[in-house]
Design a binder for this molecule. Structure first.
Ligand code: 26V
Length: 802
């Protein structure tokens, strides 16, 4: 920061806040008060930095990046902000006079869990990298009153509790009621010709107010500050018309409908919902944000003609795809543009990132619902469909099959992915493999027609959060060995390679891991009452629960290992602790049953004194950002075992790698690039490659074949069929032996082989530590700083302000 603050000054400002905001002296203040006061002090500092940054942007007329996403999984902010402002020591020192530890205050902050998983966390990591890189950027999303549910496991079953995060969390949110926007739903469209002009009017609509709340995200050393603008839905006061007509109840109903829009985050991931509330949420986000972007642009340049030169809008998946017709609507209906010119500007401004190729996640909306809720947007989408259809007819030489595949509306469904591709100048996947699959499969026809649109930007993580803040032990060791240049330039982690044969360094690396394992063990003891053996291998699979991620493959192997141990109690294996953490979509029954199976298997192991010191499962409840920050540094094996071709990228794989874990994985998503970075010899690879998966899909996958031919597999599946610990798992058995799309059985044998390879290597600590070191050294390219630099160069065409 330009004007560093001393600890004495910090004490003084916190004291002033305590008195001014809560009317308490430092002696009277509770920890809660001190947490809030400190947060407010930090917030003020960041707000000032943002003001300076914005002034600079204005002077230089810098191009703005707008990142639209239904989810931002921010986690906590206090520690990150203090770290990025370079105030850790100042705060530690200042808090001494309040007799409270900084860490205690950090623990009081609730996670801002405004997202489901990888997609939302990626958006959060990008805000950090945008700020640090000095790019003028805003994220737009919704201020959900309830974030991702809190998970409780009861007798193995997941139960969901509401996540009421605003008490304690909203100290970061600055309301901007003066910038409220109006969003219009339903009603009819009236159009007529006025001389030579086509006039359009949206009538009889119901309006909802969108009130913005800003959250600031400072970059490291305060070079830039990103803003996350979250919209809250409010009813615009009671409808007096209805009220006066005596329709009191309808007036009230409209009120609660409006406020339902930002009540709760949809908790499903990779599965479409098709509910009208979700469509309302999407349009609400998009309309408020696009109005805001246009307002900001016009107050600077008074014309939309240069929008593409001064603004880049990124659609994070198809959820905000209505930004395309919404921008068209405003240009056509409110700014007097003709179609062609408006379309040219829109398509040059908007870009789209695809995050999944799973068919069930591609959003489509029934056209009648769409037309009823968004009548004017529907007309525009129809027009896009007609015009683009005609264009595609020419481009494909009249290939009606191709044209229909690329249509925005077909069989009375609105296809958001096709709309996103047509309305964007760039379409990117999130890892090399995924971007190739996007071109080969889901968007193949688009690729044939407009190959230049298709790009790749491999995901990245905020390495300052996931390494520097979460793993101080490793960070100190790295700083001592290679200097602190890696903090702002992760590629410098490669310097660590020079130490791969240095046995002292390898031992210290192991010692750091050991301490992180003990830190996790202390948490598990408190939380689950289970005592972990820190000498055992910490083998971690944490991610959303989904069949394609194959947590059940992991479980099946553990079960089989248990059976082996029962046969031969003296079996020479390295003690293992298998750690799981995962939330299931509340309506996804099979996923919940898989959780139960894992928990029940854990019970079986725990109740068997002969094995529990060698083999243990811990299921960690309520996996979330803050828990991940504790887990990643303690992980030794990173399980990334999705069926090849299904996981778009993965980012947990990167978080564990940078903390020295070795990947046990298939060649899927970003695992492929992890392999490029560290070499096959520093991973445990197994399973079919994508071409083999495709072959097997073509020839017909028959799980029975594997069941019949592999004794170990049959025995494990039979045990699942029988059930254990008083529970049965019929649906799991059915999924495995039925038409399992994810081919668990086909990869089982090779997975077991890779698992034993881990055992053998772990028995030789020097070897394992060297692999671990090579993973840290190779993780630099997975920094979000690199990903953002790629977007800036290849897609947004923006440069940092400084
Ligand atoms: C779809 C839906 C459908 C409607 C209900 C709510 C909802 C929420 C999310 C989605 C799409 C999820 C796509 C997704 O999360 N993809 C993940 O993106 C990560 C970041 O790029 C990537 O690392 C993961 O591999 C990918 O699964």
């Amino acid at each position: 920061m330009k004007n560093p603050i001393s600890a004495a000054q910090m004490t003084e400002i916190i004291t002033a806040k305590l008195s001014h905001n809560f009317g308490v002296t430092p002696q009277e203040a509770t920890n809660e008060h001190i947490y809030l006061a400190l947060a407010l002090v930090v917030r003020d500092l960041v707000q000032n930095l943002r003001r300076d940054f914005e002034e600079d942007v204005r002077k230089k007329q810098g191009k703005q990046v707008y990142y639209l996403c239904m989810e931002f999984l921010m986690g906590r902010s206090l520690k990150n902000n203090i770290y990025n402002l370079g105030l850790c020591h100042v705060v530690d020192e200042a808090l001494k006079s309040f007799e409270v530890k900084t860490e205690t205050l950090y623990e009081m902050e609730p996670d801002a869990g405004l997202g489901n998983g990888g997609l939302g966390r990626l958006a959060a990591c990008f805000l950090d990298a945008l700020a640090t890189g000095g790019y003028p950027a805003m994220g737009y999303s919704l201020r959900y009153e309830f974030g991702i549910f809190r998970q409780k496991i009861v007798d193995g079953w997941q139960t969901e509790l509401p996540d009421n995060w605003l008490p304690g969390g909203d100290v970061w949110l600055i309301p901007r009621p003066e910038q409220t926007r109006i969003i219009k739903f339903e009603g009819q469209v009236k159009d007529w010709w006025d001389g030579s002009y086509h006039q359009v009017e949206h009538i009889n609509y119901t309006s909802v107010e969108a009130v913005p709340y800003d959250m600031y995200v400072p970059g490291k050393d305060g070079e830039g500050v990103s803003v996350l603008r979250l919209w809250e839905a409010r009813a615009p006061g009671l409808d007096m018309n209805l009220f006066n007509q005596g329709d009191y109840l309808r007036a009230m109903e409209q009120n609660s409908m409006a406020e339902a829009i930002t009540k709760v985050l949809y908790p499903s991931d990779n599965h479409r919902e098709g509910k009208s509330l979700r469509l309302r949420q999407q349009y609400f986000l998009v309309s408020a944000s696009i109005q805001d972007i246009i307002y900001r642009h016009l107050s600077e340049y008074s014309s939309l003609h240069n929008l593409p030169e001064k603004a880049a809008i990124q659609l994070n998946d198809t959820h905000p795809a209505l930004a395309i017709p919404e921008l068209m609507r405003i240009m056509l209906d409110e700014c007097g543009f003709g179609w062609d010119e408006a379309w040219d500007i829109v398509t040059k401004t908007i870009n789209y990132t695809n995050h999944t190729v799973m068919k069930e996640a591609l959003e489509v909306w029934p056209e009648d619902l769409f037309a009823q809720l968004l009548p004017r947007i529907h007309q525009i989408v129809q027009e896009i469909n007609n015009r683009e259809g005609a264009q595609m007819m020419t481009a494909t030489g009249g290939n009606t099959q191709m044209v229909s595949d690329m249509a925005v509306i077909s069989y009375q469904m609105v296809k958001m992915a096709n709309l996103s591709v047509l309305g964007s100048s760039s379409v990117n996947g999130v890892s090399k493999l995924h971007s190739q699959i996007v071109k080969d499969t889901v968007f193949h026809n688009f690729y044939v027609v407009t190959p230049e649109k298709f790009k790749n930007v491999t995901n990245g993580i905020a390495h300052r959060r996931w390494l520097c803040q979460s793993n101080p032990g490793l960070t100190n060791l790295l700083t001592e060995l290679i200097g602190d240049g890696f903090v702002k330039d992760a590629s410098q982690l490669a310097k660590l390679k020079a130490f791969e044969k240095d046995s002292t360094v390898l031992k210290r690396l192991q010692q750091v891991k050991r301490e992180n394992k003990e830190r996790l063990a202390a948490y598990v003891k408190k939380q689950n009452g289970v005592i972990l053996n820190p000498d055992s291998i910490f083998d971690v699979q944490v991610k959303r629960l989904h069949e394609y991620k194959r947590q059940h493959l992991n479980a099946l192997h553990i079960l089989s290992l248990y059976q082996d141990l029962k046969d031969n109690p003296n079996l020479d294996i390295q003690p293992r602790t298998f750690i799981f953490g995962a939330k299931a979509a509340p309506g996804y029954f099979l996923a919940k049953q898989i959780i139960r199976m894992i928990c029940k298997l854990s019970e079986v192991l725990e109740n068997d004194p002969a094995v529990r010191d060698k083999l243990r499962i811990v299921y960690l409840e309520d996996y979330r950002v803050t828990l991940a920050e504790l887990l990643m540094p303690a992980s030794e094996i990173s399980e990334q075992i999705s069926l090849a071709g299904t996981e778009a990228s993965g980012t947990g794989n990167m978080k564990m790698m940078i903390n020295g874990a070795v990947t046990l994985g298939t060649l899927d998503g970003a695992n492929v690039e992890i392999c490029d970075a560290v070499g096959e010899e520093n991973m445990f690879l197994f399973g079919m490659r994508t071409p083999e998966v495709e072959n097997l899909q073509r020839s017909g996958y028959n799980p029975q074949v594997y069941y019949n031919n592999n004794h170990r597999l049959r025995r494990a599946v039979d045990a699942v069929r029988q059930g254990f610990a008083g529970a049965t798992f019929d649906e799991v058995v059915h999924a495995l032996l039925g038409a399992d799309q994810y081919m668990v059985m086909a990869d089982f044998e090779d997975y077991c082989r890779a698992q034993s390879a881990i055992d053998a290597v772990y028995a030789d600590p020097a070897k394992f530590n060297r692999m671990s070191l090579r993973n840290v050294a190779g993780a630099g390219i997975f920094s979000a700083d690199r990903a953002i630099a790629d977007y800036a160069r290849d897609i947004w065409h923006v440069s940092p302000l400084k």
